[in-house]
Design a protein around this ligand. Structure first.
Ligand code: AMP
Ligand code: MG
Length: 349
């Protein structure tokens, strides 16, 4: 399994260069020379394990790239490009850089393919529910209706040729929570490739990017959290050169006085936390952004519509956990999924 525990050795040079990037680096010697780093960015912990002579340089570049993306894409830092788009809602589009433009174009392509499931303009609903920020106050129905009315990706004004973006109506806002870390995962894979890295593993707050295979030639094994038992895995997938991303109702939630769970993945068509019969969806794909956006969309869509959606993404597979803890996997994972203890699973051919 990828969580290899190792003794840390850190030189003074490492400490000073990395402190500047708010990124910590540890040298390790387990399974061949590797370097590990951790970083806090995009509201989560990012960790990296990289093998090969260019590991150190590639990590400095990776951490720098993540910081740059965080400063562009976070809707909570006032001077990010996303915050500027949101502040200008109802007015003229604002100029943005090529990366923000690219992620918004990709996000709106997803919402065209998965209308009702994926909405990058979900910001007003996210703010209203505020899951994980303060304890649950269940919003009034009228407020839910009002916020839901503002969620419409058709109101995101994007010129495919000119990097600018705007929102048609005041009160609307873009939220990249469901796709931004995946976009960053693809950039990290590019950084590693550029640096000639052939074996690496990055975990961007649950968005896993596996580069190549392990240095011993075996596939990387990525554990999937049991949605109702934090100490257990419900299974794991063995992968080479893939990304794996999970969306689950256990990742950020509050429970109300009646014992109902209110989680952070919202159904844009109801305005409520999605209730599709699934409690966790893991998507395994060559692309991290596809995996991230699809995991969220499939979670909202449910298994039947989810399987239809998956057909548009060749080479992409999924592990679905139903609310009764049954597990279903797509056929491409037949030889790559290992179930956890006491877990039965069905292969959908
Ligand atoms: P994820 O953890 O990747 O499934 O993304 C969940 C995050 O994306 C939430 O915390 C919100 O910020 C945002 N979000 C919630 N529901 C949706 C949705 N239906 N479509 C797009 N983004 C969403
Ligand atoms: Mg997602």
């Amino acid at each position: 399994m990828v969580q290899n525990r190792v003794a840390a050795r850190r030189s003074d040079a490492d400490r000073s260069s990395i402190r500047a990037r708010r990124c910590t680096l540890d040298a390790t010697q387990e399974s061949g020379p590797s370097v590990r780093a951790t970083q806090f960015a995009m509201g989560t912990i990012m960790s990296y394990t990289v093998f090969g002579p260019a590991a150190r340089a590639s990590l400095a570049a990776a951490c720098g790239e993540i910081e740059r993306l965080d400063s562009l894409l976070s809707r909570f830092s006032a001077d990010s490009e996303i915050a500027r788009i949101n502040r200008g809602a109802g007015r003229e589009p604002v100029p943005i850089g090529p990366q923000t433009h690219a992620v918004l174009l990709e996000a709106s392509a997803f919402s065209r393919r998965c209308p009702d499931c994926f909405a990058v303009t979900v910001g007003p609903l996210v703010d209203l529910w505020n899951i994980g920020v303060k304890s649950l106050h269940r919003p009034d129905q009228s407020k839910i209706e009002q916020a839901r009315g503002l969620v419409n990706d058709g109101d995101l004004i994007l010129d495919p040729l000119k990097p600018s973006a705007g929102l048609r109506r005041a009160g609307q806002s873009v939220d990249l929570g469901a796709i931004g870390k995946g976009f960053a995962g693809d950039r990290i894979r590019e950084v590693f490739h550029r640096c000639g890295i052939r074996a690496a593993y990055a975990n961007l707050g649950g968005n896993v990017v596996a580069v190549g295979s392990r240095p011993d030639g075996l596939p990387w094994r990525i554990g999937i959290q049991h949605p109702r038992d934090t100490d257990r895995l419900i299974g794991c997938v063995s992968v080479v050169d893939r990304s794996a991303v999970t969306s689950g109702d256990y990742q950020r939630y509050v429970t109300d006085s009646r014992g109902n769970r209110h989680h952070h993945i919202l159904d844009p068509s109801t305005g409520y936390p999605a209730d599709s019969g699934l409690i966790s969806v893991t998507v395994v794909s060559p692309g991290a952004m596809v995996a991230d956006a699809l995991a969220t969309a499939l979670f909202v869509a449910g298994i039947e519509r989810g399987l239809e959606l998956l057909e548009h993404y060749p080479g992409t597979d999924a592990v679905f956990v139903h609310s009764d803890l049954r597990v279903s996997i797509t056929a491409g994972l037949k030889h790559r999924f290992q179930a956890g203890q006491n877990t039965e699973f069905t292969i959908m051919d």
